[in-house]
Design a protein around this ligand. Structure first.
Ligand SMILES: Nc1ncnc2c1ncn2[C@@H]1O[C@H](COP(=O)(O)OP(=O)(O)OP(=O)(O)O)[C@@H](O)[C@H]1O
Ligand SMILES: [Mg+2]
Length: 241
């Protein structure tokens, strides 16, 4: 991965409407190479729309989208292929690797990374929600992708699994750094993952606060003021009571 100062993703003066509903208005956003940016904001403000614009799934009504590198997405819904095993699902992320031996090695490394050795030949329905989510993560991390876009990837999981997945992601990013844009409603998740938290206003979304978190990961949030600061910001903005 190249210089951390290089911009990896950018929205410049981006506006977007669905029909007559204006969702984004002249939004500017930059994500640097290797940076983990977390988006928080009220439901319906346009977070998923922003990710879809960044990924290219959606074209902005006006403005410019820049991306340097290839993108993988992890969404809230279970996106695994039910007819493929754990190993085969992960291999879908490795289609661009032409060398068979390298592909096999990478697949094994990823199975190891997500602690699913012994479950390679299981089908998604034979796994727990957390295990499925880890397979999704492995598939997204497979190959040469530089950018991960994650839309509330852990929100459907129970609290304990969510905690574990969050720490797992921190560990994985340490081993294989990526540029990440992560959407969440969970303040703790934001505080533990983000280099920078962007707080969005309600529709049309603008970035109304920015909070840089310099503490290195993994973070112990005990006694940390980050969560309190975020709560105060959200309360001031009327986004939390
Ligand atoms: N395909 C679509 N067609 C029409 N309107 C849409 C479409 N997708 C989203 N919207 C509208 O755009 C607005 C923003 O939606 P978006 O999904 O980006 O919000 P969000 O911030 O991700 O919300 P949540 O936190 O609930 O996931 C909403 O008002 C929604 O109704
Ligand atoms: Mg959304």
């Amino acid at each position: 991965m190249s210089d951390k100062k290089t911009v990896s993703l950018a929205l410049s003066n981006v506006s977007h409407s669905y029909g007559t509903t204006s969702v984004l208005q002249t939004l500017n956003l930059q994500v640097k190479n290797g940076e983990v940016v977390v988006l928080v904001g009220p439901s319906g403000c346009g977070k998923t729309t922003i990710l879809n614009l960044l990924s290219g799934h959606l074209q902005p009504s006006t403005g410019r989208v820049q991306r340097t590198g290839n993108i993988r997405t992890v969404y809230q819904h279970d996106g695994l292929f039910p007819w493929l095993t754990v190993e085969e699902n992960i291999a879908m992320g490795l289609r661009s690797v032409s060398d068979t031996a390298q592909r096999e090695k990478e697949k094994q490394d990823l199975v190891e990374l997500i602690h699913l050795r012994g479950f390679e030949n299981h089908y998604p329905h034979q796994l727990s929600g957390g295990m499925r989510q880890r397979v999704e993560l492995a598939r997204a991390l497979a190959g040469q992708s530089d950018i991960l876009l994650m839309d509330e990837p852990f929100s459907a999981l129970d609290y304990q699994t969510r905690l574990r997945m969050r720490l797992e992601l921190v560990r994985i990013l340490e081993q294989r750094p990526r540029t990440v844009v992560f959407v969440t409603h969970d303040i703790e998740e934001a505080a533990q993952l983000a280099d920078r938290v962007l707080v969005l206003s309600s529709r049309p979304a603008t970035v109304c606060r920015e909070l840089e978190i310099l503490t290195p990961r993994p973070r112990d949030l005990t006694g940390s003021t980050v969560i309190e600061t975020m709560k105060t910001i959200l309360m001031e903005l009327g986004l939390q009571h």
